[in-house]
Design a protein around this ligand. Sequence first.
Ligand SMILES: *Cc1c(COP(=O)(O)O)cnc(C)c1O
Length: 380
Amino acid sequence: MTSRDARDFPSLIDFAQNKLGVLDAAGLRRDLSPNDRAGPARILRNGRVLLSFCCNDYYSLSRHPKVIAAAARALAEFGAGAGASRLVTGNSSLYAALEEKLAAMKGAEAALVFGSGYLANMGVIPALVGAGDVILIDSLAHACMFAGARLSGATMKIFRHNDLDHLRDLLGARAARTLVLTETVFSMDGDRAPAAAMRALCVESGAWLLTDDAHGLGREDESRAPLQLGTLSKGAGSYGGYLCAPTPVIELMKSRARTLVFSTGLPPASLAAAKAALDIIETEPARCARPTKLAALFCEALGLPAPESPIVPLIIGAPQAALAASKHLEAEGFLVTAIRPPSVPAGTARLRVTFCADHQESDVLRLADSIRRTGAPPPR
Ligand SMILES: *Cc1c(COP(=O)(O)O)cnc(C)c1O
């Protein structure tokens, strides 16, 4: 503690150190380790190449030659950064093609690309509801949906995960403008929301429905919400977020979504990569079906229920035990990071296993075998 800041602001240092102590004691401290992507589904970490089962790049498009070539061309032609917000000079011509494609894929009138999925939620929700309005949100919805809901100032009520009866009860009591928030594919559990029934409930009661499709891009549900939000950083392998919605809603966002208005446009390379990735998603259905097929193979090998997505949670319970299980697998050459609260509810720390197009069936069976042998975690 020799730095000038530590001497001049001792209460700041105390604050951070005390907080870290509490996190350490609970097994909840997070750390950043350098993770370089190194070949198909491979990550270079601590000097070792590990087979990763925890990337969200489900269709392995972030490393696809066509995606890389599109990004490289945009980088060379337009430069590294956007230079300003979209409303000033950061609205690259690449946006229009990307938004047109997104709207078409989602069966929506229009689309708007944001800086990230987190920023899309933080911008869209407060632009739709505020003080005096009501938000009904699934208990397992992503942290950024809760953050957007809180920021809006609307009264927030949480319904039990995927519980239509609970949602119906809360909708029945509604007197104000109501926005219902959920995910299409739940990021930490891999299950799907009952999209058609939720849409019908919202239509019946005059509520609006916003779904976050971060983990469902490329495997669109038949039944769509009027407000479909998502990210370009997972299945599309690039970066950015989006909203697909009726044209007047999209137009309103251009004036009222503060994370769009007051944030710089995306780097042109990210836009070009996302567009190239969507083109591949559209034309290669087998690539998009593969991760869930591999998840099914894995579940079958371990006697787990059939998965609804490429995401399979192995719930362990205590954060320390989840960390230990992850270490076991790392020793065997697999990277499956432990997911701990507050990313998941207390008492449900887990290994979240995800599958991607670049995995081989033999990789999947080797992982299942390793999990069975190390006894960690106990399959449920
Ligand atoms: C990952 C995720 C986000 C955040 O998207 P980014 O583009 O990474 O900011 C939002 N919602 C859900 C459901 C997610 O899983």
